[in-house]
Design a protein around this ligand. Structure first.
Ligand SMILES: *Cc1c(COP(=O)(O)O)cnc(C)c1O
Length: 431
Protein backbone atom coordinates (compact mmCIF):
# COMPACT_ATOMS: atom_id res chain seq x y z
CA UNK A 1 0.00 0.00 0.00
CA UNK A 2 2.73 2.45 -0.87
CA UNK A 3 1.60 6.02 -1.27
CA UNK A 4 3.24 8.47 -3.58
CA UNK A 5 3.82 10.86 -0.69
CA UNK A 6 5.63 8.50 1.67
CA UNK A 7 8.55 10.92 2.00
CA UNK A 8 6.40 14.01 2.50
CA UNK A 9 5.67 15.70 5.79
CA UNK A 10 2.43 15.48 7.76
CA UNK A 11 0.43 18.43 6.38
CA UNK A 12 1.41 17.52 2.82
CA UNK A 13 0.29 13.94 3.41
CA UNK A 14 -3.00 15.17 4.91
CA UNK A 15 -3.73 16.87 1.59
CA UNK A 16 -2.22 14.39 -0.88
CA UNK A 17 -1.60 10.89 0.48
CA UNK A 18 -3.51 8.07 -1.12
CA UNK A 19 -5.23 10.05 -3.88
CA UNK A 20 -4.01 11.47 -7.17
CA UNK A 21 -5.67 13.06 -10.21
CA UNK A 22 -8.07 10.64 -11.88
CA UNK A 23 -6.19 9.07 -14.82
CA UNK A 24 -9.25 8.79 -17.07
CA UNK A 25 -10.72 12.30 -16.62
CA UNK A 26 -8.06 14.41 -14.91
CA UNK A 27 -10.43 15.17 -12.05
CA UNK A 28 -8.25 16.64 -9.29
CA UNK A 29 -10.58 15.72 -6.43
CA UNK A 30 -10.97 12.05 -5.53
CA UNK A 31 -14.08 10.84 -7.47
CA UNK A 32 -16.94 9.24 -5.56
CA UNK A 33 -17.43 5.76 -7.03
CA UNK A 34 -21.07 5.05 -6.33
CA UNK A 35 -21.17 1.52 -7.69
CA UNK A 36 -21.74 -1.76 -5.92
CA UNK A 37 -20.10 -3.95 -8.55
CA UNK A 38 -17.06 -3.74 -10.84
CA UNK A 39 -17.08 -5.48 -14.23
CA UNK A 40 -14.61 -8.36 -14.50
CA UNK A 41 -12.32 -8.83 -17.54
CA UNK A 42 -12.76 -12.58 -17.51
CA UNK A 43 -14.10 -15.45 -15.43
CA UNK A 44 -10.50 -16.22 -14.45
CA UNK A 45 -10.05 -12.70 -13.08
CA UNK A 46 -13.34 -12.96 -11.18
CA UNK A 47 -12.28 -16.25 -9.64
CA UNK A 48 -8.80 -14.93 -8.78
CA UNK A 49 -10.20 -11.85 -7.02
CA UNK A 50 -12.72 -13.93 -5.10
CA UNK A 51 -10.04 -16.37 -3.97
CA UNK A 52 -7.65 -13.53 -3.02
CA UNK A 53 -5.10 -14.74 -5.58
CA UNK A 54 -5.25 -11.30 -7.20
CA UNK A 55 -6.19 -7.89 -5.89
CA UNK A 56 -8.95 -5.92 -7.56
CA UNK A 57 -12.38 -4.50 -6.94
CA UNK A 58 -15.38 -6.81 -7.05
CA UNK A 59 -18.11 -5.60 -4.69
CA UNK A 60 -18.18 -2.44 -2.58
CA UNK A 61 -18.94 -4.16 0.73
CA UNK A 62 -15.35 -5.41 0.76
CA UNK A 63 -13.58 -2.56 -1.04
CA UNK A 64 -14.32 0.48 -3.18
CA UNK A 65 -11.93 2.95 -4.87
CA UNK A 66 -13.12 6.01 -2.92
CA UNK A 67 -12.98 4.12 0.35
CA UNK A 68 -9.54 2.79 -0.62
CA UNK A 69 -8.26 6.36 -1.06
CA UNK A 70 -9.35 7.14 2.50
CA UNK A 71 -7.68 3.93 3.72
CA UNK A 72 -4.41 4.85 2.03
CA UNK A 73 -4.49 8.38 3.43
CA UNK A 74 -5.14 7.39 7.04
CA UNK A 75 -2.58 4.57 6.80
CA UNK A 76 -0.01 7.13 5.59
CA UNK A 77 -0.83 9.58 8.39
CA UNK A 78 -0.60 6.86 11.05
CA UNK A 79 2.55 5.30 9.57
CA UNK A 80 0.64 2.03 9.05
CA UNK A 81 1.13 -0.55 6.29
CA UNK A 82 -2.60 -0.76 5.51
CA UNK A 83 -5.99 0.35 6.79
CA UNK A 84 -9.57 -0.94 6.60
CA UNK A 85 -12.40 1.60 6.71
CA UNK A 86 -15.66 0.58 8.36
CA UNK A 87 -19.08 2.07 8.98
CA UNK A 88 -18.43 3.50 12.48
CA UNK A 89 -15.84 3.74 15.23
CA UNK A 90 -17.93 1.28 17.17
CA UNK A 91 -17.61 -1.31 14.38
CA UNK A 92 -13.86 -0.65 14.18
CA UNK A 93 -13.48 -1.68 17.83
CA UNK A 94 -15.84 -4.63 17.31
CA UNK A 95 -13.99 -5.95 14.24
CA UNK A 96 -10.60 -5.72 15.94
CA UNK A 97 -11.83 -7.72 18.95
CA UNK A 98 -13.65 -10.30 16.80
CA UNK A 99 -10.71 -10.77 14.42
CA UNK A 100 -8.18 -11.26 17.22
CA UNK A 101 -10.28 -13.50 19.44
CA UNK A 102 -12.80 -16.29 19.74
CA UNK A 103 -15.05 -17.31 22.61
CA UNK A 104 -13.07 -18.06 25.76
CA UNK A 105 -10.30 -15.58 24.96
CA UNK A 106 -9.55 -12.48 27.02
CA UNK A 107 -7.84 -9.10 26.61
CA UNK A 108 -6.50 -6.53 29.02
CA UNK A 109 -8.41 -3.26 28.72
CA UNK A 110 -7.79 0.19 30.12
CA UNK A 111 -10.20 1.08 32.94
CA UNK A 112 -10.73 4.49 31.32
CA UNK A 113 -12.36 4.12 27.92
CA UNK A 114 -15.08 5.72 25.82
CA UNK A 115 -18.48 4.66 27.22
CA UNK A 116 -19.52 2.97 23.96
CA UNK A 117 -16.40 0.78 24.06
CA UNK A 118 -17.09 -0.17 27.68
CA UNK A 119 -20.69 -1.06 26.79
CA UNK A 120 -19.57 -3.15 23.79
CA UNK A 121 -16.98 -4.96 25.90
CA UNK A 122 -19.52 -5.85 28.59
CA UNK A 123 -21.99 -7.16 25.98
CA UNK A 124 -19.34 -9.23 24.17
CA UNK A 125 -18.34 -10.69 27.53
CA UNK A 126 -21.89 -11.68 28.51
CA UNK A 127 -23.03 -13.01 25.12
CA UNK A 128 -19.87 -14.25 23.38
CA UNK A 129 -17.46 -14.96 26.26
CA UNK A 130 -14.79 -12.47 25.17
CA UNK A 131 -13.49 -11.32 28.51
CA UNK A 132 -12.20 -7.78 29.20
CA UNK A 133 -9.59 -7.87 31.97
CA UNK A 134 -9.77 -4.27 33.19
CA UNK A 135 -6.53 -2.87 34.61
CA UNK A 136 -6.89 -1.51 38.14
CA UNK A 137 -5.04 1.68 37.28
CA UNK A 138 -3.39 3.45 34.37
CA UNK A 139 0.27 2.46 34.76
CA UNK A 140 1.98 -0.18 32.59
CA UNK A 141 2.33 -2.34 35.73
CA UNK A 142 -1.45 -2.16 36.24
CA UNK A 143 -1.94 -3.51 32.70
CA UNK A 144 0.69 -6.21 33.14
CA UNK A 145 -0.91 -7.43 36.39
CA UNK A 146 -4.08 -8.52 34.55
CA UNK A 147 -2.37 -10.69 31.90
CA UNK A 148 -3.28 -14.42 32.03
CA UNK A 149 -2.65 -17.30 29.59
CA UNK A 150 -6.02 -16.44 27.97
CA UNK A 151 -4.98 -12.85 27.19
CA UNK A 152 -4.80 -12.12 23.45
CA UNK A 153 -4.37 -8.34 23.30
CA UNK A 154 -4.02 -5.11 25.23
CA UNK A 155 -6.48 -2.29 24.47
CA UNK A 156 -6.30 1.37 25.48
CA UNK A 157 -6.97 4.88 24.18
CA UNK A 158 -4.13 7.33 23.44
CA UNK A 159 -6.03 10.26 25.00
CA UNK A 160 -8.98 9.13 27.08
CA UNK A 161 -12.57 10.13 26.31
CA UNK A 162 -13.79 12.14 28.23
CA UNK A 163 -11.14 13.16 30.78
CA UNK A 164 -8.21 13.88 28.37
CA UNK A 165 -5.80 11.64 30.31
CA UNK A 166 -2.76 10.86 28.13
CA UNK A 167 -1.75 7.19 28.37
CA UNK A 168 1.84 5.95 28.66
CA UNK A 169 1.93 4.23 25.27
CA UNK A 170 5.65 3.46 25.43
CA UNK A 171 5.31 1.76 28.83
CA UNK A 172 2.19 -0.17 27.83
CA UNK A 173 3.71 -1.28 24.52
CA UNK A 174 6.76 -2.59 26.41
CA UNK A 175 4.38 -4.76 28.45
CA UNK A 176 2.71 -5.96 25.24
CA UNK A 177 6.11 -6.78 23.68
CA UNK A 178 7.26 -8.66 26.78
CA UNK A 179 4.18 -10.92 26.63
CA UNK A 180 4.08 -11.16 22.82
CA UNK A 181 0.65 -9.52 22.65
CA UNK A 182 -0.57 -6.99 20.06
CA UNK A 183 -1.27 -3.50 21.43
CA UNK A 184 -4.50 -1.93 20.15
CA UNK A 185 -4.80 1.85 20.56
CA UNK A 186 -7.97 3.86 19.96
CA UNK A 187 -6.48 7.12 18.67
CA UNK A 188 -9.78 8.97 18.11
CA UNK A 189 -9.19 11.80 20.61
CA UNK A 190 -5.63 12.52 19.51
CA UNK A 191 -5.87 11.97 15.76
CA UNK A 192 -2.54 11.29 14.02
CA UNK A 193 -1.88 15.05 14.08
CA UNK A 194 -1.20 14.85 17.84
CA UNK A 195 -0.11 11.23 18.45
CA UNK A 196 0.96 8.47 16.07
CA UNK A 197 0.70 5.42 18.35
CA UNK A 198 2.63 3.15 15.95
CA UNK A 199 5.73 5.27 16.62
CA UNK A 200 5.35 4.33 20.30
CA UNK A 201 4.88 0.61 19.68
CA UNK A 202 1.17 0.12 18.88
CA UNK A 203 0.37 -2.73 16.48
CA UNK A 204 -3.21 -1.80 15.64
CA UNK A 205 -4.72 1.71 15.68
CA UNK A 206 -8.46 2.37 15.47
CA UNK A 207 -10.40 5.57 14.94
CA UNK A 208 -13.88 6.85 14.98
CA UNK A 209 -13.57 9.03 11.89
CA UNK A 210 -16.86 10.62 12.99
CA UNK A 211 -14.78 12.91 15.23
CA UNK A 212 -11.60 14.86 14.33
CA UNK A 213 -10.80 13.10 11.04
CA UNK A 214 -14.13 14.02 9.43
CA UNK A 215 -14.09 17.14 11.55
CA UNK A 216 -17.44 18.70 10.71
CA UNK A 217 -19.80 16.26 12.38
CA UNK A 218 -21.43 15.18 9.10
CA UNK A 219 -20.63 11.49 8.77
CA UNK A 220 -20.23 8.41 10.93
CA UNK A 221 -17.25 6.21 10.11
CA UNK A 222 -14.37 4.20 11.52
CA UNK A 223 -11.00 2.86 10.45
CA UNK A 224 -8.56 0.14 11.52
CA UNK A 225 -4.84 0.61 10.84
CA UNK A 226 -2.34 -2.27 10.74
CA UNK A 227 1.25 -1.38 11.65
CA UNK A 228 2.32 -4.61 9.94
CA UNK A 229 4.93 -5.29 12.60
CA UNK A 230 3.43 -7.90 14.89
CA UNK A 231 4.75 -11.42 14.20
CA UNK A 232 1.54 -13.50 14.25
CA UNK A 233 3.46 -16.64 13.26
CA UNK A 234 5.53 -16.51 16.46
CA UNK A 235 2.52 -17.01 18.73
CA UNK A 236 1.96 -20.76 18.47
CA UNK A 237 -1.28 -20.49 16.50
CA UNK A 238 -3.01 -18.25 19.06
CA UNK A 239 -4.56 -16.11 16.32
CA UNK A 240 -5.95 -18.88 14.16
CA UNK A 241 -7.94 -16.65 11.79
CA UNK A 242 -4.67 -14.99 10.80
CA UNK A 243 -2.24 -17.92 10.80
CA UNK A 244 -4.30 -20.99 9.84
CA UNK A 245 -5.66 -22.05 6.43
CA UNK A 246 -9.10 -20.77 5.34
CA UNK A 247 -10.78 -23.83 3.80
CA UNK A 248 -13.26 -21.68 1.84
CA UNK A 249 -10.36 -19.77 0.20
CA UNK A 250 -8.47 -22.84 -1.13
CA UNK A 251 -6.43 -23.07 2.06
CA UNK A 252 -5.34 -19.42 2.05
CA UNK A 253 -2.97 -18.70 4.97
CA UNK A 254 -3.07 -14.94 5.46
CA UNK A 255 0.37 -14.62 7.06
CA UNK A 256 1.95 -16.47 4.11
CA UNK A 257 0.18 -14.58 1.31
CA UNK A 258 0.12 -11.16 3.02
CA UNK A 259 2.97 -11.13 5.58
CA UNK A 260 3.16 -7.32 5.76
CA UNK A 261 -0.56 -6.60 6.17
CA UNK A 262 -1.93 -9.82 7.72
CA UNK A 263 -4.18 -8.18 10.27
CA UNK A 264 -5.71 -5.75 7.78
CA UNK A 265 -6.45 -8.61 5.35
CA UNK A 266 -8.04 -10.69 8.11
CA UNK A 267 -10.21 -7.69 9.09
CA UNK A 268 -11.26 -7.20 5.48
CA UNK A 269 -12.08 -10.85 4.81
CA UNK A 270 -13.78 -11.67 8.10
CA UNK A 271 -14.90 -8.19 9.14
CA UNK A 272 -16.15 -6.82 5.80
CA UNK A 273 -16.86 -9.83 3.58
CA UNK A 274 -18.42 -11.92 6.39
CA UNK A 275 -19.72 -9.46 9.01
CA UNK A 276 -20.34 -6.60 6.58
CA UNK A 277 -20.10 -3.09 8.14
CA UNK A 278 -18.51 -1.36 5.14
CA UNK A 279 -18.19 2.41 4.75
CA UNK A 280 -20.22 4.27 2.12
CA UNK A 281 -18.12 5.92 -0.65
CA UNK A 282 -19.91 9.20 0.10
CA UNK A 283 -18.84 9.06 3.74
CA UNK A 284 -15.30 8.17 2.69
CA UNK A 285 -15.24 11.20 0.38
CA UNK A 286 -16.45 13.60 3.09
CA UNK A 287 -13.93 12.17 5.56
CA UNK A 288 -11.09 12.53 3.05
CA UNK A 289 -12.06 16.17 2.55
CA UNK A 290 -12.08 16.71 6.31
CA UNK A 291 -8.62 15.21 6.73
CA UNK A 292 -7.14 17.80 4.35
CA UNK A 293 -7.45 20.43 7.11
CA UNK A 294 -6.69 18.13 10.08
CA UNK A 295 -3.32 19.61 11.14
CA UNK A 296 -4.64 23.19 11.00
CA UNK A 297 -7.77 22.30 12.91
CA UNK A 298 -5.96 20.34 15.62
CA UNK A 299 -3.64 23.26 16.42
CA UNK A 300 -6.63 25.58 16.87
CA UNK A 301 -8.68 22.95 18.77
CA UNK A 302 -5.79 22.56 21.24
CA UNK A 303 -5.14 26.25 21.77
CA UNK A 304 -8.84 27.05 22.24
CA UNK A 305 -9.26 24.12 24.66
CA UNK A 306 -6.27 25.19 26.73
CA UNK A 307 -7.63 28.74 27.06
CA UNK A 308 -11.13 27.57 28.00
CA UNK A 309 -9.81 24.97 30.47
CA UNK A 310 -7.57 27.55 32.17
CA UNK A 311 -10.48 30.00 32.39
CA UNK A 312 -12.75 27.37 33.96
CA UNK A 313 -10.08 26.34 36.47
CA UNK A 314 -10.01 29.85 37.91
CA UNK A 315 -13.79 30.20 38.15
CA UNK A 316 -15.31 30.10 41.67
CA UNK A 317 -18.21 27.82 40.58
CA UNK A 318 -15.83 25.15 39.29
CA UNK A 319 -14.58 22.32 41.55
CA UNK A 320 -11.96 20.84 39.19
CA UNK A 321 -10.92 20.70 35.54
CA UNK A 322 -9.40 17.58 33.96
CA UNK A 323 -7.13 18.84 31.18
CA UNK A 324 -3.54 17.69 31.69
CA UNK A 325 -1.99 20.58 29.75
CA UNK A 326 -2.76 22.86 32.72
CA UNK A 327 0.03 23.23 35.29
CA UNK A 328 -0.28 21.05 38.38
CA UNK A 329 -2.73 18.56 36.79
CA UNK A 330 -2.41 14.80 37.34
CA UNK A 331 -0.77 13.37 34.23
CA UNK A 332 0.85 16.70 33.35
CA UNK A 333 4.26 15.16 32.64
CA UNK A 334 2.74 12.42 30.43
CA UNK A 335 0.86 15.07 28.43
CA UNK A 336 3.98 17.24 28.10
CA UNK A 337 5.91 14.21 26.80
CA UNK A 338 3.38 12.85 24.28
CA UNK A 339 1.38 15.90 23.19
CA UNK A 340 3.36 19.14 23.35
CA UNK A 341 0.64 20.80 21.20
CA UNK A 342 -1.93 19.91 23.87
CA UNK A 343 -4.09 16.87 24.72
CA UNK A 344 -6.81 17.60 22.16
CA UNK A 345 -9.99 19.52 22.83
CA UNK A 346 -12.22 17.12 24.76
CA UNK A 347 -12.11 17.41 28.55
CA UNK A 348 -14.24 17.32 31.68
CA UNK A 349 -14.82 19.70 34.53
CA UNK A 350 -16.93 19.51 37.70
CA UNK A 351 -19.26 22.10 39.20
CA UNK A 352 -19.40 22.78 42.93
CA UNK A 353 -23.20 22.84 42.68
CA UNK A 354 -23.33 19.12 41.71
CA UNK A 355 -25.69 17.52 39.21
CA UNK A 356 -28.26 20.35 39.29
CA UNK A 357 -25.56 22.91 38.46
CA UNK A 358 -24.13 20.71 35.69
CA UNK A 359 -27.53 20.40 34.04
CA UNK A 360 -28.37 24.10 34.43
CA UNK A 361 -24.99 25.01 32.95
CA UNK A 362 -25.48 22.79 29.89
CA UNK A 363 -29.01 23.97 29.15
CA UNK A 364 -27.98 27.64 29.62
CA UNK A 365 -25.31 27.50 26.92
CA UNK A 366 -26.27 29.38 23.77
CA UNK A 367 -23.32 29.17 21.37
CA UNK A 368 -22.06 25.79 22.57
CA UNK A 369 -24.43 23.01 21.46
CA UNK A 370 -25.84 20.39 23.83
CA UNK A 371 -25.19 17.23 21.83
CA UNK A 372 -23.34 13.96 21.97
CA UNK A 373 -20.60 14.18 19.39
CA UNK A 374 -17.01 15.31 19.94
CA UNK A 375 -14.16 16.58 17.77
CA UNK A 376 -16.29 18.85 15.63
CA UNK A 377 -15.55 22.33 14.36
CA UNK A 378 -18.42 23.53 16.59
CA UNK A 379 -18.11 23.51 20.39
CA UNK A 380 -20.27 20.94 22.20
CA UNK A 381 -21.29 20.04 25.75
CA UNK A 382 -22.87 16.95 27.34
CA UNK A 383 -23.61 15.49 30.80
CA UNK A 384 -21.80 12.12 30.59
CA UNK A 385 -23.23 10.57 33.77
CA UNK A 386 -26.75 10.52 32.30
CA UNK A 387 -25.79 9.94 28.64
CA UNK A 388 -22.50 8.54 27.28
CA UNK A 389 -21.47 6.88 30.55
CA UNK A 390 -24.92 6.13 32.02
CA UNK A 391 -24.38 2.35 31.99
CA UNK A 392 -21.49 2.57 34.49
CA UNK A 393 -21.99 1.97 38.20
CA UNK A 394 -21.20 4.80 40.63
CA UNK A 395 -17.69 3.49 41.41
CA UNK A 396 -16.87 3.13 37.69
CA UNK A 397 -18.22 6.62 37.04
CA UNK A 398 -15.90 7.98 39.72
CA UNK A 399 -12.95 6.07 38.15
CA UNK A 400 -13.83 7.49 34.72
CA UNK A 401 -14.17 10.98 36.26
CA UNK A 402 -17.77 11.30 35.10
CA UNK A 403 -19.70 11.81 38.33
CA UNK A 404 -23.07 13.60 38.42
CA UNK A 405 -21.32 16.99 38.82
CA UNK A 406 -19.22 16.51 35.66
CA UNK A 407 -19.63 18.24 32.28
CA UNK A 408 -17.78 17.16 29.12
CA UNK A 409 -16.79 19.82 26.63
CA UNK A 410 -15.52 19.43 23.07
CA UNK A 411 -14.00 22.74 22.15
CA UNK A 412 -14.30 23.83 18.52
CA UNK A 413 -12.77 26.44 16.27
CA UNK A 414 -14.80 29.53 17.19
CA UNK A 415 -13.12 32.70 18.48
CA UNK A 416 -12.20 31.72 22.00
CA UNK A 417 -13.48 35.02 23.44
CA UNK A 418 -16.98 34.10 22.26
CA UNK A 419 -16.72 30.64 23.85
CA UNK A 420 -15.63 32.15 27.15
CA UNK A 421 -18.45 34.70 27.03
CA UNK A 422 -20.97 31.88 26.49
CA UNK A 423 -19.49 29.82 29.33
CA UNK A 424 -19.47 32.83 31.67
CA UNK A 425 -23.11 33.68 31.01
CA UNK A 426 -24.09 30.01 31.63
CA UNK A 427 -22.02 29.89 34.85
CA UNK A 428 -23.67 33.16 35.98
CA UNK A 429 -27.04 31.35 35.90
CA UNK A 430 -25.82 29.03 38.69
CA UNK A 431 -25.63 31.67 41.41
C1 LIG B 1 -16.97 8.08 19.32
C2 LIG B 1 -15.93 7.11 19.72
C3 LIG B 1 -16.00 5.77 19.29
C4 LIG B 1 -17.18 5.24 18.51
O1 LIG B 1 -17.24 5.84 17.27
P1 LIG B 1 -18.61 6.03 16.40
O2 LIG B 1 -18.10 6.54 15.12
O3 LIG B 1 -19.47 6.98 17.16
O4 LIG B 1 -19.23 4.67 16.30
C5 LIG B 1 -14.98 4.92 19.65
N1 LIG B 1 -13.92 5.35 20.41
C6 LIG B 1 -13.85 6.62 20.85
C7 LIG B 1 -12.68 7.04 21.68
C8 LIG B 1 -14.84 7.54 20.52
O5 LIG B 1 -14.75 8.80 20.97
Amino acid sequence: MATETRTHRFATQSVHAGASPDPSTGARVQPIYFTNGFVFDSTEQAADIFAMRKTGFSYSRGSNPTVAALERRVAALEGAKAAVAVSSGQSAVLLVLMTLMQSGDAYVASPRLFGGSLGLMRRLDGRYDLKPQFAKGLTPADFEAQITPQTKAIVCESIVNPCATVMDLVGISEVARRHNLPLVVDNTLASPALIRPIEYGADIVVHSTSKFLGGSGQTIGGIICDAGRFDWTATGGRYNLITEPWSDYDGLVITERFPEISFAVACRLFGLRDLGPGLSPMNAFLTLTGIETLPLRMARHCSNARTVAAHLKDHPAVEWVSYPALPGQPGESMAACYVPQGPGSIFTFALKGGEAAAKTFITSLELISHLVNIGEIKSLAIHPATTTHRQLGDADKAAAMVGPETVRLSIGLENVEDLIADIDQALAKLS
